[in-house]
Every structure is written in C-alpha cells, then in structure tokens.
Design a protein around this ligand. Structure first.
Ligand SMILES: [Zn+2]
Length: 677
C-alpha cells in the first residue's frame, strides 16, 4: 500500500466514522432518522462496505464497489488528469451555465439539467483523483442542494418543478454519499423521494422524465438498500407505471429507418412528441439500463433478457463500427457518416456499467470497453478542452456544412466548447470516472470481478478481510494484465475475470501456473485462498480481426480497439470561446482507400504508451495494411459517401497504409470497402 493509498484509506475510514457519529446525533433529535441510523451503524466505521440488494429485491450478479474503492492508475490516471486539467476542471470558470450564477447555487442562471449534469461527472472525477480543488467545486453545488430543500421535501431551484433534472442530481448525491459518508445525504434523499411518491399522481412524469424514469428508479433502489423503507419500492413501481415502456418498444421495434424531421414532426419551438422522444439518441442510451433495473423489482427473467433484444435491434438497424448506434440526434441508420452524440456515448456507458453489474453478462463489458476506448476519447481533442456534439466513424471533415444529421445543426461535429447545443458540455464529465469506478465489482457470493480492464487499484473488504489489489496493465494497447492481490490475512474467495468474446486463446496464470480458461465471452472463476504476494497474469491474444460492417464494408479491430485511417488534419480556429475555442478540421490528404482485408497481411507495430495514450502523435499501436486508392469514392458537402459496395475493383497501385486507434484520428475512415481478390 503506497503512502497515498494509506492516506486515502484512513481518510475514508475517518469520514465514515465521523458520518456515523454525526448521524447518531441527528437521529437523537429527529425520530424519522432511526432507519438511517441503523443503516449507518451497520456500515459506520467499516471500510468500503458493499451494499447488496435487500429483500424482496432480486439479487444482482455483481455489485458496484462504493465510489473511491477503485482508483485509476497508469495510463487511465494520466487520462483523467488530462480531463481534470481540461474543460472538466475549469468549466465553471468559463461557462456561465454552471458558473456562480447557476440556479443550482441559488443564482438566477441556468436552473435545469446543466448543473446536475456537471456534478454527476465532477463528483467521481474529484474523488477518484483525490483532488481538493475539484472537490471544493463540487461541494458548493452539493451544499446548496443539501441546505435548500423546500419544507415539503422538494429539492433544487424553485424556478422549475421538472422531475428530470432532479433525476440527475440524485445520481450525483448518491455518488457523493458513497465517497464521503456525509450524513446529510440519506435523510435528504429519503424526504425527497417521499415527496415524489406523494406528488407523482397529481404531477406525473412527462417529456424527458417519462423517457428517463429508470435513472430515477435506480437511485430510489440504491436508497432502499440503505434504509429498507418499502415506500421506495412503491416509488420504483410508480415510476415504472408512469414511465415509457422501453421493453415494448424493442419487443416490436418499428424505428428501423433513419429518422427524419418529418418522421418526428419536428417543428421549431415545439417540444418533442412521443416518436421524437422514443427515437432520441440520449433517451435510448439511458434506456439500455431500463429492463435490468426493473428486473431487480420484477424478478422476471424476461426483463433480464430484454436488454439483449434492445441492443440487437440498435445494432441491426443503427449500429456503427465504434460500438455506438447512430443518433444525430435521432436514430440515423448504419451509414458510417452518420453521427453519435457525446451525451449518448457517456449515457450508454453508464447504462452498460449498471446493466453488467445487475446481470453479470460479459458481453456488456465487451461493449463497454469498445465505447470507452474508441468513441469516448475519439470525440475530444487530446487535451480535453474541446469536444464534438456528433462524431462519425467515417469523418472526413469537421466543418460548417449542411451535414447528414437527422435533426442537428451545422456545428455538430466541430471540436469546441458547446458545438450545436450545450448538453454534452455539461454531461460528458461522467465518462472516464464512472468507467474507472466500474472496472472491478463485487460478486453476490462475496468475491471480486474484473468487469473491464484498465490500470487501477482496488481497496475493499470482503469476508471481514481488507483487500488491496493492484491491476497493472497497458491494456487495451498491450495484451497482458497483471493483478497483484494483497489481503490483510489469507482468505478464500472467488475472483472472476471477464474473457472478452474476441479473446480466443487467452491464458491465465496464478503465481506462474496455468489455469483452465473457459470459452471466450464468459467469466473465468478462480476460487482459492488468496494471500499476500499472489499474482494473476492474464494474456489476451491481440490478433488483428477483419469485421464485416454495413454496406459490406470492413473495419479492422485488435482487442477492444477499432482502427482507422488517419486523414491529415488542418485545424482552423473558428472563434475563441473564453478559456477554450471552437475548431474546424479540414482534410489535408486523400482518404478514399479500399483495403485488401486479409488478416494475415496486417502488421501491428507497438510503441511506448505515452502520457496522452489516445493522441495521434504517440499512437501506442499502429497497423500496417495493404490498400489501394478508390478513385470513385468521394465526399459531398464535407461528408464521405456511403462506402461503395464490396468487393470493389481498383486499378491503382498497391500501397501500405498505417491505421491508428480510432480515437487518435480526429479525421478518419473506419469503414472501408474491401478490394476484390
Ligand atoms: Zn448532448
């Protein structure tokens, strides 16, 4: 245990003990605090206790460790420091919507979703980095919300009574409670949810809140597991009854075509109607968790299975090679020139993290990594001071053209402060920190689970033993993951390791000796008495793969990384935007290549993983592939045409071109036509 680790652990222990003591004194003066006090007494003083589902809820396969138990190290720590030094760590200084006049600080400024969105990512970023500056920024918003509830229990600015922004704020408060044990959070959430239960019949869910009810239910169940108040299950049932039926949408999926303004009858200044909300990208990203979350209450196998039906429909009709579905900002078909909104990227990741925990389905972890290592970093500049609203797998220009978007405006794929609309500016912060927090989970049988892979350390306790675990790896750029286990005393428990579906030939060694490995697309379970100094070494063969995509195009993958041809970029500043700027990016080289697509001919080259792992300059892995120019494949108005149908003929000479990780190439081709034999 390093010095930092020790100080973090001891402070967490102190905060939890202080929290228990403070709550005990609150309970003495307020009768309604009894349930919370007993909850806190159960957990109080314990380091990193894992909270499981209470009866009558169904059990999860896995449980999230409390925020702060998993911390980034290695390249992931570097990446999150880049985020903290970029827009995330300074947004309130340069963007009035979350500045000191925010309605969520008692001001007269923006009082809807943007304050809570910012906090939902700032809280985990601050606590996972143990960054006092960021914690102080988050604390202002937290303290205002905790100290300004209405007498009836309502929280948030008085300027609106919309349930939706509060659905985000309660997620941020739950994370903050896990990280600090602040004794004010659980009583406030209890009173707010009681108020919501009483008020929903007169003021039912509508618009965004109706389509995002599952996020509200998720936190109500989080609270139920801590207080045991049966009214919280009643609330989850009411939210389900009033909320949109996502399961039915995907049982009979009708939105199989690219949505147009006409389909959703979009009219200027009018609110989106039902079809507009049902085909909205962010709503669909959030909805991926709906059936898993509801399955905890319903206990129905059918609900547990529904998530795969939903993902299959999105893949079949709207799937893109970067792991996302198209949503610019409505479902947009499979053309790799369609875009995906950044809010949808981070919300889909959060849904996958929660769903993986509830169901224990390893394919959700494969998908999570695919988005986290490709679509997420691909839509930011290297310094994370600018982002896009929409990213495209085949992105040949980021300019002010009439774009192929279903409903978005002409600035949608600029890199900037708030291209097109400011939701993503407020909401993107949760992507990396929640991913880091989800790398390891606890299993229902009191073991640990490697749910996704990236360098990190874990402090937790199970079977009355403190466990420290260090996961050292340069995955996804390298093939080996080394896990050093350090329990405070020898203790028997299972460790499950996710074996991705692509990872044929994976090897696992414990203290050097080979272990049996199950088929790819499952969890390997290692059950033994673990003792200090034990080491697990996993090797995932990173063999390049050629994947068939829409329009008979192909994409090249290696492990969870998707590879793209980097078009030479010419960055042109459009305008300064406070501490950052808006940028257009124009192509300075040709991009119209077709690939031979023979996996035998792909040559990987590894280079050191630098401090900015997704930067083009230091791309830690590159692939040499055989290609030919395809003269007839052009762009129109800054948008690459659909890939010509494969197999294609080209009389141009053979070339060897270099592909880089998707995220490194800000202008890129990812879906290529395939050359005929
Ligand atoms: Zn957005």
């Amino acid at each position: 245990m390093s010095e930092t680790d020790q100080s973090v652990a001891s402070r967490r222990r102190f905060l939890k003990q202080a929290g228990a003591a403070a709550l005990a004194s609150i309970s003495a003066t307020r009768g309604s605090g009894l349930a919370h006090a007993s909850h806190r007494n159960e957990r109080g003083g314990e380091l990193d206790a894992i909270v499981k589902n209470r009866a009558p809820l169904a059990q999860n396969a896995f449980y999230m460790l409390p925020l702060g138990a998993v911390r980034p190290t290695g390249w992931l720590l570097e990446q999150m420091k880049i985020q903290a030094n970029g827009l995330s760590g300074h947004l309130d200084e340069t963007w009035p919507d979350v500045g000191s006049n925010s309605g969520w600080l008692g001001g007269t400024g923006e009082d809807w979703e943007r304050g809570p969105y910012f906090l939902d990512g700032l809280v985990p970023l601050a606590y996972l980095l143990d960054d006092a500056r960021l914690k102080a920024k988050a604390q202002r918003f937290i303290d205002w919300t905790l100290t300004h509830p209405s007498p009836d229990g309502m929280i948030g600015p008085k300027g609106n009574d919309d349930w939706w922004p509060r659905m985000v704020m309660v997620k941020a408060l739950a994370q903050y409670e896990e990280a600090t044990g602040d004794p004010r959070v659980i009583p406030l959430l209890s009173r707010y949810f009681e108020y919501q239960l009483l008020s929903l019949s007169a003021r039912p869910l509508r618009s965004w809140g109706k389509f995002r009810w599952q996020d509200n239910a998720l936190v109500a169940l989080w609270l139920y597991n801590r207080t045991g108040d049966p009214k919280l299950i009643e609330l989850a049932r009411l939210l389900h009854r009033q909320g949109y039926d996502w399961k039915a949408q995907f049982a009979h999926f009708q939105y199989t075509q690219r949505i147009t303004r006409e389909t959703i009858r979009l009219e200027e200044g009018k609110e989106l109607g039902e079809i507009g909300l049902a085909t909205h990208g962010v709503n669909n990203g959030q909805a991926i968790k709906t059936s898993p979350v509801w399955s905890i209450v319903s206990g129905e196998e059918d609900d547990r299975r529904a998530v795969q039906q939903q993902l299959a429909a999105l893949d079949t009709y709207h799937g893109l090679p970067n792991g996302m579905f198209s949503c610019d900002e409505h479902l947009a078909g499979r053309n790799p020139s369609q875009g995906s909104e950044l809010c949808t990227v981070v919300e889909t990741m959060f849904s996958l993290e929660q769903s993986l925990g509830i169901l224990g389905d390893p394919s959700l972890g494969d998908r999570l990594e695919r988005i986290a290592f490709n679509a997420l970093p691909g839509t930011f500049t290297d310094d994370m001071w600018a982002h896009q609203y929409n990213q495209q797998p085949n992105q040949v220009e980021c300019g002010l053209h009439t774009k192929p978007w279903t409903t978005d405006g002409p600035e949608s794929n600029l890199y900037g402060l708030e291209p097109n609309f400011g939701c993503c500016t407020a909401n993107f912060h949760q992507g990396w920190p929640k991913f880091a927090a989800s790398l390891w989970m606890a299993s229902a049988d009191d073991g640990l689970v490697a749910a996704a892979y990236a360098p990190c350390s874990v402090h937790t306790s199970l079977r009355e033993t403190a466990i420290h675990l260090r996961q050292e790896t340069e995955y996804p750029f390298r093939d080996t993951v080394r896990i050093a286990i350090d329990p405070s005393k020898p203790v028997q428990f299972p460790i499950r390791l996710r074996i991705p579906a692509w990872a044929e030939g994976t090897t696992i060694r414990v203290n050097g000796s080979l272990q049996p490995v199950p088929a790819p697309g499952s969890f390997a379970k290692l059950e033994r008495t673990w003792k200090a100094g034990d080491v697990i070494e996993v090797r995932f063969p990173l063999v390049p793969r050629v994947i068939k995509r829409a329009f008979e195009s192909i994409s090249i993958e290696r492990g969870p990384l998707v590879f793209s041809y980097p078009i030479k970029e010419s960055w042109v500043k459009l305008r300064d935007r406070g501490m950052t700027a808006d940028w257009q990016v124009f192509p300075a080289s040709q991009w119209n290549y077709a690939l031979s697509g023979n996996p035998e001919e792909i040559e990987p080259q590894e280079r050191p993983v630098g401090p900015s792992p997704f930067s083009l300059k230091d791309a830690p892995v590159q692939l040499q592939v055989k290609a030919r120019k395809l003269i007839g494949w052009r762009s129109l108005d800054g948008v690459a045409a659909e890939p010509p149908r494969s197999p294609v003929h080209s009389g141009e000479p053979d070339e060897k071109i270099t592909l880089v990780p998707y995220a490194a190439a800000k202008l890129r081709i990812t879906a290529f036509p395939q050359l005929s034999g």
